[in-house]
Write a protein that binds this ligand. Structure first.
Ligand SMILES: *Cc1c(COP(=O)(O)O)cnc(C)c1O
Length: 360
């Protein structure tokens, strides 16, 4: 068996220890005589798994008691509609900072239900930075203020959160959940598709302050109403059972093997630094993001020559560094170095890039 270093933006690598546990428990989960994929979500055995997953998430992320944790489906993309349907219901307005494709989609979807104001955008420079905000442009009676905390495609991250006062701040943390500590209390709601840094595709995490639940519009479908899922412990219908189980294993790995999110952050910073330092010193490769807004998770870079980019991606793939091709809107390359990417994988990538630079 040989495993590649997978730099995919998502679905992406899972910790090897997690995959091994999942494999070992596949045929007989803890003496139940069945896999987690096969068991009733209403069974005691499964209830213990989802309860443990929530407890671990609360512990690892330090989620305050007045927040609900929901395990949903439909991806982060379904949240783009659930947010306005549930929250844009008092004044019919919300503010958005447009920092990339996902932030744009959140704003466009909300605009179908109310006034979705763009307070700032970094589209002018292919979203290569986080815009500076002017509070005077904020809507004082907005129902929420939305940001995408880590921009997966463009490789930027919010390092300082906007001060939105009484307007609930909502953060899309799909590609940075569990990568470092985050102060949940600064947000009204956080959400994440799990397939980047937490679990297989199919699970969406929502962390929502209690007072924001129960305000859905009359036309909000039952399945899209946060209250439905709060009242039913994320079991109004069949939850993504297997994904929740793997998320639990990932959380155990972070808590017990890594030592929590402060430690995870140190590892991620050191890992990202390896790559950024190389890019800053390379004559061939160059990062596309302004240094102060660089993501720890997604690192886009280019050579400036499309043919050379393609040659590099091909050579890297042959050498076992896969999924390095950049998003079509940025071009070049992108290395997604989520929690599960070992430091060794980034070290070896940097060595490979140095060798490629020398030879070309
Ligand atoms: C991947 C991603 C999404 C979309 O997630 P889906 O689960 O595929 O809907 C949204 N926002 C961010 C930041 C992402 O990285």
């Amino acid at each position: 068996m040989s495993r590649v270093y997978n730099f995919s933006a998502g679905p992406s690598m899972l910790p090897e220890a997690v995959l091994k546990t999942a494999a070992a428990e596949m045929l007989d989960y803890k003496g139940s005589g069945q896999s987690v994929m096969e068991m009733s979500h209403r069974s005691k055995t499964y209830q213990a798994i989802i309860d443990e997953c929530e407890a671990l998430l609360r512990e690892v992320m330090n989620i305050p008691d007045n927040y609900k944790v929901l395990f949903l489906q439909g991806g982060a993309s379904t949240q783009f509609a659930m947010m306005p349907l549930n929250l844009m219901t008092k004044n019919g307005k919300a503010d958005f900072v447009v920092t990339g494709q996902w932030a744009t989609k959140a704003q466009k979807e909300a605009a179908r239900y109310g006034e979705a104001n763009v307070v700032a955008s970094s589209k002018d420079k292919t979203f290569s930075y986080i815009p500076k905000l002017d509070k005077a442009t904020f809507t004082p009676d907005a129902d929420y203020f939305h940001i995408c905390v880590n921009n997966t495609i463009y490789g930027t991250k919010w390092n300082t959160l906007p001060e939105t006062g009484d307007v609930p701040l909502i953060g899309d943390i799909s590609s940075c959940i569990l990568s470092e500590p985050i102060d949940v209390s600064k947000f009204g709601m956080l959400y994440a598709g799990a397939q980047k840094n937490m679990a297989p595709a199919g699970l969406t995490i929502v962390i929502i302050r209690e007072d924001l639940v129960g305000n859905a519009s009359d036309i909000c479908p039952t399945m899209l109403n946060y209250q439905t899922h709060v009242e039913n412990g994320s079991m109004f219908n069949t939850p993504p059972c297997w994904c929740i189980y793997v998320a639990k294993l990932v959380l155990e790995w972070i808590k017990n093997e890594v030592g929590g999110l402060e430690e995870m952050k140190k590892i991620n910073e050191a890992k990202a630094k390896l790559l950024y330092d190389f890019l800053d010193n390379s004559k061939m490769f160059k990062g596309t993001v302004v240094p102060e807004d660089r993501s720890l998770m997604n690192v886009p870079f280019v050579t400036g020559d499309e043919e050379l980019d393609a040659k590099f991606v091909k050579a890297a793939t042959e050498a076992g560094f896969v999924n390095l091709k950049g998003h079509r809107s940025v071009g070049g390359m992108r290395a997604s170095i989520y929690n599960a990417m070992p430091t060794e994988g980034v070290q070896k990538l940097v060595e490979f890039m140095a060798k490629f630079e020398k030879e070309n």
